[in-house]
Design a protein around this ligand. Structure first.
Ligand SMILES: Nc1ncnc2c1ncn2[C@@H]1O[C@H](COP(=O)(O)OP(=O)(O)OP(=O)(O)O)[C@@H](O)[C@H]1O
Ligand SMILES: [Mg+2]
Length: 282
């Protein structure tokens, strides 16, 4: 529980196992995330990324292993963990009937913060939503909605944020806007763990990238370290360095088959721009 006092690991995960009935999804997951860094958990559909995030955000209990967030053990002191984090799920938690500003004020009030109006205005400004702030969120584009969602999750300034597939379904421009937001957060000292199926997202954003495959982290490193796993000569495009996609596919195979059920995944939509992990580019 005192790990963060001796190292810079804000998130520390050791030997996490999780099964859903007979489906052994996580089979000993280990990783660390350093303060103020962006850590991308990359994996195919059904690899267990959301399961990891749900365990770290105390929504789900691991069967074995341990994890701490901001120095607090997720199993022993879940309340302290919850006060240290925010979680932005794949589907925006925005109330569409309310305006952007009203959504922010509502959350600030729910968190018993002083001056909710001021907090809302500051966040609208920070996320370039000032002009749209008075409009119903129902009229927002996907990118605006996602920015509002992230803004809502930042109320109270949590030191650690979890973003589960922050840009799924967004167009390339909106994705770039979200990326800029995430970069700014990390530059301000917030520790970010994001999951993604988009290899370019990890490539663009992450200080470290971990690949979750068949229940364990099969590789964890900086982009440069991951690229070194493949010599340039073995890639299809001989004049280029291997892309993260090459490294990913070489590590997990390019059949797209995971051990876990990916039936849901095959029916899910594809977003514009970006190559999905374990899938052919579309
Ligand atoms: N509550 C649950 N009950 C039963 N099975 C579950 C439950 N939650 C997740 N699973 C299964 O565990 C596996 C991992 O799911 P998870 O949602 O963590 O994957 P993921 O990597 O986030 O996938 P995606 O990229 O599609 O979001 C899947 O096979 C999923 O069907
Ligand atoms: Mg998921």
């Amino acid at each position: 529980m005192t790990d963060t006092q001796t190292t810079d690991s804000v998130i520390r995960v050791r030997g996490i196992h999780k099964s859903f009935k007979d489906l052994h999804v996580l089979r000993g997951v280990d990783f660390d995330v350093q303060k103020g860094s962006i850590f991308a958990l990359l994996g195919s559909n059904g690899a267990g990324k959301t399961t990891v995030v749900r365990i770290l955000s105390t929504l789900l209990k691991a069967d074995a292993g341990s994890a701490s967030v901001h120095g607090f053990d997720v199993a022993a002191t879940p309340g302290d963990v919850r006060e240290s984090i925010s979680l932005t799920g794949q589907f925006a938690a925005v109330d569409e009937v309310l305006s952007g500003r009203e959504n922010l004020v509502l959350i600030a009030k729910l968190r018993h913060l002083k001056n909710p109006g001021t907090i809302a205005d500051e966040l609208l400004d920070r996320f370039s939503l000032t002009e749209a702030g008075g409009r119903k969120a129902a009229t927002y584009s996907g990118g605006m909605r996602r920015r509002l969602d992230i803004a809502m999750s930042l109320i109270g300034n949590p030191p650690v944020i979890f973003l589960d597939e922050p840009t799924t379904g967004l167009d390339p421009q909106a994705r770039i806007e979200v990326w800029q937001t995430v970069r700014k957060l990390a530059a301000g000292g917030t520790t970010v763990l994001l999951t993604t199926q988009y290899l370019d997202e990890a490539e663009q954003l992450a200080d470290r990238i971990a690949i979750l495959h068949k229940g364990t982290i099969i590789q964890n490193g900086t982009l440069a370290e991951l690229k070194q796993l493949l010599p340039p000569a073995t890639v299809e495009y001989v004049e280029k360095q291997p892309s993260l996609e090459d490294v990913f596919l070489a590590l997990v195979g390019d059949t797209g088959e995971g051990d876990a059920d990916d039936a849901e995944a095959s029916t899910s939509d594809t977003a514009a721009g970006g190559v999905r992990a374990g899938k052919e580019p579309r």
